[in-house]
Each structure stands twice: as structure tokens, then as C-alpha cells.
Design a protein around this ligand. Sequence first.
Ligand SMILES: [Zn+2]
Length: 258
Amino acid sequence: MHKKSAECAVRGLVAVVGLTLLACAQRDQSARQDLSAQGWIDVTATLDPATTPVYQGDAPMKFDFLKDMRKGDMLTLSVYSMGAHSGTHIDAPMHFIADGAPIDQVALSPLIGAARVIDIADSVQAIDAAELNRHEWKSAQRVLFRTRSTLRGWMDSSTFHRDFAYIAPDAAQLLADAGVQLVGVDYISAEQFGAAAPLTHRILLGRGIPIVEGLDLRTVQAGDYDVIVLPLKVRGHEGAPARAILRKRAGNQRVPTP
Ligand SMILES: [Zn+2]
């Protein structure tokens, strides 16, 4: 028993009324909450060769057991082989900028803090400046788009879809010019499939703005959150899978979108 709980129990015995016990129970509970994962929502797509989409032309995903206790081995031991941009991941500036920072040099500050999840209708494929401006985004420090890809469960389907919603270069320019620190999308690329040039990536990464791609936003709604998204720290490479979590911000006030 914790010291505080023991103290509570003793005081509970001598208390004339039951209120003391109640107060102690509440204090114990708040102490536990300080150290808990309460309120955090996992928005990471589960990496699984059976259900993780692979961008057309990217490396196949292969997970194997080198040793397997279920087959009589002394231990279980795995090997993973996959593209650096598999599942939920971060693009570092090095991805499209010649002297851009690799993933191990991306600062923590854009990856942790206030973020706004913006709903984009299923009918919209191009998130261009006009579409962006239909939403309340200008006060947001980090912007995550929840699009048709989430509505259709595409981060949980091994079929690669070309018609995912993407951020058009004019919208990327607005976000970059406004000083947004992190931009996120819910499919494995922020760029239009087959775009003649990777302008969206160049605009964002050229400003040092990391892009989080492949979020699974099915369990969250539009609104204001805290985000933590932490990519694997791989030295000298341009991207890495990441774990991403969101927590609803207290006093969330969202302007309804038309
Ligand atoms: Zn990427």
C-alpha cells in the first residue's frame, strides 16, 4: 500500500463522516492521472504487411521471424524490411531538399505541441488554397488534415490508392508563409499522385517544416489537440516511421466549417 493510501485508510477509520475517505480516494486518483496515458489517442497506422499500403514503386514491406518460440525456438526474434516512408512516418527536409536536414536532425519542437485537425470532405481530393481557406486554420501552429483517406480506412488497407487527398502547392505556400510548424496528412504522401514536380514537398521541407504522413485519424474528430509524433532516430536518412498520438485540448473551441 502507498504511504498516502495507508494514511488515508487510518484517517478513514477515525473519521466521523465518510467525506475524508472520499477526499483521499480523489487525491489518489489525481496522483495516478499525472503519470497515466489518459486522454492520449493513438493515431499511428499499425505496420503490417497485410494491411499497410505501400506507395507505388516503393520497397515491399517484409516482416519475418528469425526465431519463434511458437515453433520451439528458445526466443522470438524478428527482422523488419521496409521503406523509410512506411505507415505513419515523418519526411525530413533531406527528402526533397539537397542540403536539407536528415531525420535525426529534425528538432523536437515542431513534433510536439498544439495541433488542429481539419476535416476535409470526402468529395475533395485537392486541398488547395481555396479549400484551405474554407476552414479555420490561421491560428493553428500545426495542421493535420483528416480526409477521404481516413473516411475510407485507406491506411488500414494494403491496396495503394492513387486518388488520395493531397495538399496542393498553393495551400502548402499559405501554410508555410503563416509559420505553421508541422503539416500532416492521413495517407502516405502529401503530394498529388503523379504530380509533375514535388512542389508541395519542396515548399514545406524547403522551409524546414517536417511533414507527417500516413496518420490514421479514424478515432479523432476535427478540433484542437496536443500532438506528439516521434520518428525513429536514424542517422543521415530522409525519413522514418513514427508513433503519433493526440490529446484533446481543454476548452476546445472550433469554428464550424461550412
Ligand atoms: Zn514520406
